[in-house]
Each structure stands twice: as structure tokens, then as C-alpha cells.
Ligand binder design. Structure first.
Ligand SMILES: Cc1cc2nc3c(=O)[nH]c(=O)nc-3n(C[C@H](O)[C@H](O)[C@H](O)COP(=O)(O)OP(=O)(O)OC[C@H]3O[C@@H](n4cnc5c(N)ncnc54)[C@H](O)[C@@H]3O)c2cc1C
Length: 561
């Protein structure tokens, strides 16, 4: 029995009817449809990608990137007023004094903490929710690393640079791709169980924009497996790593010479503030999916509210490529309960094809993500070839049953068990029926500018993972982010520990003067105090209803005053 409404059945029949011909082509090893030329890619991007729309960007009026065009929603966030009053805090007696403060305990933060402990130093690992509650935990498809004989880091480098529209910082891509095979081995040593064939060789799949099969995975819950291992390893060092949960950082603290020297944490349960002093600080707070840029649904976890960008910007660090947003082509658009839920690119890597309401394959399944997403939007909107949902949304089919037809019955169940289970909850069997998809806000392509040691432009501050910018240019390829947080989380831990060792005797005098200065700059620029940041947790409750019950609710900062 179909899990889709009656009115979608005619379209589903068409998908079924065109499947044998599409399958035959795929089986013959031929390209199932021609890839787009560069000119065609540019055309679809400029016409349909949300980043290219006239109101997508605007110049920022304050801070180190002043005058640069950024995503409009990001500008609004960065032009928000700080959420604390510096005068309320006594910074003279820190609650924690440590070598390295790591802000954010997703994959990047955990990897960094392990390296600091290995260097024999202490760290505080402060995080918004629990250790591992993060995008890293949710990653599905896998991690790129050039481990196959037919591949090498140089080819991986070219793929990543091409995918990033040649905007990537080359030295960061070199670090990413050269460290890749080592990271794959290191994670395995720590305990990650990569999918392997019967001879013990790692399975590898293709991803959008990759010229070789190099995606290592753990079924379709790669992130949960890696995060499990990293979290366990963090917990193996209780003498060295102090974990502080439910305590997001709200501002960085600087020393007398303006270098990063700690942070102010806010305990979300007790509402108390904690002062942490450190010789080095690592920002690993992840991305911005929960900003719901241009009203898009998101794949991201609830803590992905761009706090790291805000804090780093208040403290004077430079940001890079904040004009670019990654919309993943395949977010669930039906059923409504899982709107925005990621359907891993691995589905297309394994042979799943995007088809329109007539069952026609309309785009090469593995174009780079931005191109693929833009062509889904064009098909669903201008061309009117999408399928409407009962909630009034629109999407295209992702024909998953092809995977079993191509690689044998049971392949979907074995390689995509989480996806099968997710859709089964709603009566949809993805081994028999396609999924209905539409682009979803997925990844922050830009971020805090770093060098290969993860040093930012603010001395004492290091940044690793999705919060940083430059590695992926203006478009990240699948599997390169899991690699990114491992490669640069490791480098950050090592570099931050090195710096902390050279400052072993230092007891910095802490200050929030930069927050005062930021506020003054906002006021001088004439920006009204209508919003505050960091926002910590997105507000989904209706402000009108909340106001009825509690008079002192501030819709701008999203909480009661
Ligand atoms: C559903 C999904 C599937 C994905 N699949 C893949 C994939 O298959 N392959 C791939 O390469 N990439 C994938 N990605 C992207 C990838 O998982 C992330 O980009 C990457 O894990 C980010 O790691 P991170 O450590 O930088 O950030 P995160 O893992 O998000 O960790 C950031 C941590 O910081 C915490 N935090 C936030 N703000 C604060 C604050 N103010 N103070 C303290 N802590 C804070 C957060 O709560 C979180 O715990 C996927 C992403 C999603 C959402």
C-alpha cells in the first residue's frame, strides 16, 4: 500500500513507468543524463539559487568586515546588540582557570579536546546542550578521504576547489585533503567502524562533484558512529578535560592586549554566569541552519544558531564568505512532520535519481550541491513540474527504489537503514516508493577566517569546523565537512595547546571592553536596538500568544526578560 495521498498516485505511476528505461541506462554504465556545462550551471544558479536573489545579500555596516556584502539574515544577526551588559560582571576571580577553553562539543570541539589532553594540558569543554548534541551527531552519508588506489589527495584537492567555485583558500584545501587518509586511519584506531567489504577493504561511494569514489561511511549514520567514538575518548580523560554542559558561551573575554583569553558562559538551567580564563580559546560552535535563511526548513540541530560568528565578530575576528549558504538539494518535503530532514546525498551516490511529476529525469543526479538545489527549485517553480503536498509545498521525486534494482535487493536496507526507518514511521517504504524532496538549509559555507593552524585574525582565538570559513569556498562538497571538523579540530587542539604552553605563567586580566565598544559602534552607526545576539536557542513559539501570557516577553531576543 502506498504511503502517499491518493492524488499523488498518478504521478507515482509515471515514475514507475519511466523507471525501466532509466534503470537500463544506469546499468549500462552510461551517464543517465548529460551533466550541465559551466554556462548552464551559471544560468540555473543565477536564476534560482537563493544566494543569487536580489535581496539575498546586503553590506554590513559595522565591525571588521564593514562594507562587505553578506547574507542579509547574517547581517541582521551581526548587527544585533550584545545580550549582556558588561558592567554586570566581576571578571577578577574566574570560576575556571585552564590552558585551553573549547567552546562547542560537537565533532570539532571533541577532536580538539582530545589533542589538548594528549599534549598533557587541561581544557574546559563548554557546550550549549550535552556533549555530542550537534550537527556532527546527525551527519549521514560519510566522510571523504582519498584512501583508494585509484585516488589521491591531489585529485581530492581539485574536486574540492572546483566544487567551491575556486574561492577556497588553497592552503586550507591542501591541509584538508592531505590529512584525509591519516584522519580516516586515526578515527579507526580510536574505534570508528567504517563499512567494509568481505575482504576488509573500506567501502567507498561517489558524492556530488567528486571525480572518484572516496566517501567512507558507517551506513547512513556516520556522524553518530564518529561522535560516539570521539565522545567516549573525551570521557576517557576526566583528569584533563572538564566538561561543562548546558552552558553556552555568550561572549569572549579578552586580555589587556586584546587577545582572546576566555569566555563568559551562561548556564541555561540555573541562569547563572560563569567566567572561564584560558591561555588559548577554540571556537567550535558549528553553523547557522537554525537562522532559517529565506524561510527555508533546515537539517540542522537546535543549537546551530551562529553564536560563534557573533562572539568572534564582537571580539574583532574577521569573517570570510558570509555571502554564501548551502541549501542541500534533498530535504524531505513530505510528510510534513519531517520537513527539512536530510536525505543524504548517498541516495544519489548509490543510483537514486531526481525525477519530476511526469517521471522525467531532469538533472544529472550528482551535480555540485548548489547547482543541483537550484535546478530542483527551477523544476518545482518556474517549470511547474513539481508535486504539491497537502500543506501547499512543492517538491520533486527522489527515485530510491532504483538502488535495489541496480545493486540487488536489500541494498537500501543495508546501506540506508536510518532512512528506511525514518520513512517507515509514516507508512512510506523507500525500497518501493520514491521520496518527495526540496532544498533545505544545510550548511554555512563561510565563517571565521583561519589559517592552516586554525589561527584566526584575533590572537589567542582558534576556530575549527563549520564555524570557520575558507576551506570550502562558496560551496562545500559532500563528505568534506566531516573531514573538515576532524582535520581542523585536530590541528586546533595541537596549535592551541602549543600556544598555551608558551603562556604557561600568564594570568590574564580579563575584559569585556570589546563588547562595550561594539555596542558604541552600533549606536554611532544609528542602528536601533531591536534585536540581540547570540540567540542561543531559536524561538518557534508564537510571540503574540506568548505576550498574552507573559507581558515581559522580548520577541527580539526570543525569551522572557
Ligand atoms: C543532518 C546532517 C547531515 C550531515 N551529513 C554530512 C555528511 O554525511 N558528510 C559531511 O561531510 N557533512 C555532513 N553534515 C555536515 C557536518 O555534519 C557538519 O558540518 C559538522 O559535523 C560540523 O561539525 P562542528 O563540530 O563544526 O559543529 P557541530 O557538530 O554542530 O558542533 C557544534 C557544537 O557547538 C555547540 N554550540 C553552539 N553554540 C554554542 C555556544 N554559544 N556555546 C557553546 N556551545 C555551543 C552546539 O550545540 C554543538 O554541540 C551533515 C549535517 C547535518 C545537519
Amino acid at each position: 500500500m502506498s504511503g502517499y495521498p491518493e492524488y499523488m498516485q498518478a504521478s507515482l505511476e509515471k515514475v514507475k513507468a519511466t523507471r525501466p528505461a532509466r534503470l537500463e541506462k544506469a546499468k549500462a554504465g552510461r551517464e543517465v543524463i548529460e551533466r550541465m556545462s559551466l554556462a548552464e550551471r551559471e544560468e540555473v544558479l543565477s536564476g534560482f539559487h537563493p544566494d543569487y536573489q536580489p535581496d539575498a545579500r546586503k553590506p554590513i555596516r559595522i565591525g571588521h568586515n564593514k562594507g562587505e556584502e553578506m547574507t542579509s539574515r547574517v547581517v541582521d544577526l551581526l548587527e544585533s546588540y550584545p545580550s549582556i551588559n558588561p558592567g554586570d560582571f566581576d571578571l577578577s576571580e574566574p570560576d575556571f582557570d585552564t590552558d585551553v577553553l573549547i567552546i562547542g562539543a560537537g565533532g570539532g570541539g571533541c577532536m580538539a579536546a582530545i589533542q589538548v589532553a594528549n599534549a598533557g594540558l587541561n581544557s574546559v569543554l563548554a557546550t550549549k546542550l550535552r556533549v555530542g548534541d550537534s550537527n556532527s551527531m546527525m551527519s549521514q552519508g560519510g566522510m571523504q578521504a582519498a584512501v583508494n588506489p585509484h585516488d589521491n589527495p591531489a585529485i581530492h584537492y581539485l574536486d574540492a576547489i572546483g566544487g567551491g567555485h575556486f574561492d577556497n583558500k588553497p592552503e586550507l584545501v591542501e591541509a584538508l585533503t592531505m590529512d584525509g587518509p591519516m584522519i580516516a586511519g586515526y578515527l579507526e584506531e580510536l574505534g570508528v567502524m567504517w563499512d567494509k567489504n568481505s575482504e576488509g577493504i573500506c567501502n567507498t561511494e561517489s558524492g556530488g562533484g567528486t571525480s572518484r569514489r572516496r566517501m567512507l561511511s558507517c551506513r547512513d549514520y556516520t556522524g553518530a558512529e564518529i561522535q560516539r567514538v570521539l565522545r567516549d575518548e573525551v570521557k576517557n580523560h576526566p583528569d584533563k578535560i572538564t566538561i561543562v554542559e548546558y552552558s553556552p558561551a555568550v561572549e569572549l573575554l579578552l586580555d589587556e592586549s586584546g587577545e582572546a583569553a576566555g569566555a563568559l558562559l551562561y548556564n541555561m538551567e540555573t541562569e547563572e554566569y560563569t567566567v572561564v580564563r584560558a591561555r588559548s580559546v577554540i571556537m567550535s560552535t558549528g553553523g547557522f541552519g537554525r537562522l532559517h535563511i529565506k524561510g527555508f526548513a533546515t537539517t540542522n540541530h537546535y543549537g546551530a544558531t551562529a553564536d560563534g560568528l557573533v562572539m568572534a565578530y564582537h571580539a574583532g575576528a574577521k569573517l570570510l564568505y558570509m555571502d554564501s549558504v548551502q541549501f542541500h538539494p534533498t530535504g524531505a518535503v513530505y510528510p510534513e512532520q519531517i520537513l527539512g530532514f536530510l536525505i543524504t546525498e548517498k541516495v544519489r551516490g548509490l543510483g537514486g535519481q531526481p525525477v519530476n511529476k511526469e517521471g522525467e529525469l531532469f538533472v544529472f543526479p550528482l551535480e555540485p550541491r548548489d547547482v543541483e538545489a537550484a535546478s530542483f527549485i527551477r523544476e518545482s517553480t518556474k517549470r511547474g513540474m513539481g508535486v504539491k503536498t497537502p500543506a501547499g509545498r512543492v517538491g520533486v521525486w527522489l527515485d530510491s527504489p532504483l538502488i535495489d534494482l541496480l545493486s540487488g535487493p536489500g541494498t537500501i536496507q543495508t546501506t540506508l537503514p536510518a532512512m528506511v526507518r525514518q520513512f517507515k514511521r509514516f507508512g512510506i517504504d523507500i525500497t518501493q516508493e520514491p521520496m518527495l524532496v526540496y532544498p533545505t538549509l544545510h550548511y554555512q559555507n563561510g565563517g571565521i577566517e583561519i589559517n592552516t593552524d586554525t589561527r584566526t585574525t584575533l590572537a589567542g582565538l582558534f576556530a575549527a569546523g563549520e564555524v570557520s570559513g575558507g576551506v570550502h569556498g562558496r560551496n562545500r562538497l559532500m563528505g568534506n565537512s566531516v573531514l573538515d571538523y576532524n582535520v581542523f579540530g585536530r590541528r586546533a587542539g595541537k596549535a592551541a595547546a602549543e600556544r598555551a604552553k608558551t603562556l604557561a605563567e600568564r594570568e590574564a586580566k580579563l575584559s569585556l571592553d570589546h563588547v562595550r565598544a561594539f555596542r558604541a559602534e552600533l549606536e554611532d552607526t544609528g542602528i536601533p536596538e531591536t534585536s540581540h545576539a547570540p540567540i542561543l536557542i531559536p524561538e518557534y513559539r508564537n510571540p503574540e500568544i506568548l505576550k498574552k501570557h507573559r507581558k515581559n516577553y522580548d520577541p527580539f531576543i526570543g525569551r522572557f526578560l
